[in-house]
Design a binder for this molecule. Sequence first.
Ligand SMILES: *[C@@H]1O[C@H](CO)[C@@H](O)[C@H](O)[C@H]1NC(C)=O
Ligand SMILES: *[C@@H]1O[C@H](CO)[C@@H](O)[C@H](O)[C@H]1NC(C)=O
Ligand SMILES: *[C@@H]1O[C@H](CO)[C@@H](O)[C@H](O)[C@H]1NC(C)=O
Ligand SMILES: *[C@@H]1O[C@H](CO)[C@@H](O)[C@H](O)[C@H]1NC(C)=O
Ligand SMILES: *[C@@H]1O[C@H](CO)[C@@H](O)[C@H](O)[C@H]1NC(C)=O
Length: 571
Amino acid sequence: METYSAAAACENATVISSIQLSPLLSFLIAVQTAALASLGGGPNFDPKFYVDLPLKYPLNVTTKAFQTLSSSSSQNTTIPPSAFQQFQNSYFDEPGSDLPAYTPADYTPTPANFVPGVQNQQVRKWALQIHALWLILARQTAAIVEKQPDQHTLLPVPQPFIIPGDRFREVYYWDSYWIIRGLLVSGLVDTAKGIVESLLALVEQYGFMPNGGRMYYENRSQPPLLSMMILAIFKREQDPSLLKTALPVLLQEHKFWTTDPHIVLVEDSGCNVHQLSRYWARWDSPRPESSTTDTNVTAGLSTSRQKQVYHDIATAAESGWDFSSRWMQDQEHLTTLRTSSIIPVDLNSFLFQMEVNIAFFAKVVGDIETSRNFSVFAKSRKKAIQSILWNAKMGQWFDYWLPACSKKGDIYPWNEESQNKHAFASNFIPLWCGVLTPGDKKIGKVIAALNSSGLLLAAGIATSLKETGQQWDFPNAWPPLQHMIIEGLASTKSHQGKKLAVSIARRWLSSNYASFQVVGKMIEKYNAQYCGQEGFGGEYNPQTGFGWTNGVVLSLLQEYGWPADLPIGCS
Ligand SMILES: *[C@@H]1O[C@H](CO)[C@@H](O)[C@H](O)[C@H]1NC(C)=O
Ligand SMILES: *[C@@H]1O[C@H](CO)[C@@H](O)[C@H](O)[C@H]1NC(C)=O
Ligand SMILES: *[C@@H]1O[C@H](CO)[C@@H](O)[C@H](O)[C@H]1NC(C)=O
Ligand SMILES: *[C@@H]1O[C@H](CO)[C@@H](O)[C@H](O)[C@H]1NC(C)=O
Ligand SMILES: *[C@@H]1O[C@H](CO)[C@@H](O)[C@H](O)[C@H]1NC(C)=O
């Protein structure tokens, strides 16, 4: 791979010309910093908590009280814990109190024709317990948020939604895809449509879908799966009116991902120039929800290097894989993140899928010219993926590393050395996105490559082979990655692919089931090595709830059922 000295790279590059934090966010970051100093860090200190605090009084009143508190303890600048706590209780409501619970109108405790293939009564009971968790995770925007926008970092959305859970107390972008897949199994079609309506409203407002429903997520997106949410609902209802509403909004989102700074040009050995996309957050400061942590990461670096690292931290958050050796030069240190100089396999596969979906939606609503144009875009992207990211010898796709400090409009000559040959679950996502069609001879090679990658373990698919202590690395196994690879294998229609898909699905469900029997909760990630164990590492404690985990379990139970005489759990 490209040799790259993180410390020397991009010394003079500016990423973003200037960042203007809103007065509310600047204030809450100051509160977060003061809280860390006053209360001390430790595993239970969550910086996001402080930027989620709803203000009881107008910002100027709250700011003034905070200044008084800070200056009264001026001797050593830290506020005594009891005084801080008192200030917090007097001036703020609980995080999440501006997102009241909500009972979806389409919810019933035992939906008709629920996971019909599940014959094992223990598994059926568990499926119904998971179904009931939608009630725990359903939220709506409190009316007060729109009336007092300077007292809430929450972004109001028109319809109720399902949150992932725990510290993720607002709506999220890519999580919502698996939540919707689960809601459709549960018969909550209107709730699913409401989530899409809310996301479409955000895209119309921002020109792209923010990472999630908070002010501090406004400058980055997340893996683009909005068209897949719409397709899932359309498959269920065949109602073209949703497609008609969504089409212009999806065109806006497509433009966001296919123009500067997301677009990258690479020239293959036959002198054909291909357009691909990368993640690129419009942000080069500490993430407000993790300000104290990010500041700590870059301590000691020059100001311009700090900006680069902050940009690549925020960009990793846009990728959904925050954090992973996948984005690091030395596979270990966050200061060597170079996320924005990488062409990711999964992003480009998602965009191929989006282009295919837009072509289809446009055809259904009778916009033949858009349909034709997007069929051409999809075809070019497939060609680009197969020319730049595919590796025939190794039977899989690899991220492509650009030189550091890539500039606008540069055309990079392709070379095989720049493919990142490490094993990541993302190397197999193109199967899910239909980059290969059933019958393609390459399919056998991909299945063999996955089977011998080392990623397939007793309790699921590991994210990578490198144990870094980061969340998106070994031995963590994430629900969306399991689901995309299982569905991808099944979609090949090959005997081996389908067999492997069932086997991974059974092991995954057994592990989730066993864990649930012990802890009584569904968790955001598990340990691929050991059945029934949760994942670990990264910036925060493992979260429970959990939107996409529940969605994946319900979707797999719907697809594969569970025979009456087949035991579930760890053997
Ligand atoms: C971040 O997003 C907000 C909302 O769209 C916008 O007003 C602001 O200019 C953006 N900041 C940067 C640095 O692009
Ligand atoms: C806050 O702003 C309001 C409206 O501008 C003003 O009436 C009020 O006096 C201000 N309060 C403080 C404490 O500055
Ligand atoms: C900052 O980094 C140091 C050293 O890596 C670590 O011990 C400490 O816990 C970190 N503090 C925060 C708030 O992340
Ligand atoms: C389709 O593509 C052609 C050629 O690039 C362009 O001129 C036309 O405006 C496009 N039409 C639509 C509806 O996007
Ligand atoms: C996967 O590898 C194992 C040996 O490690 C082999 O027994 C099995 O047949 C392989 N399966 C596929 C689908 O290639």
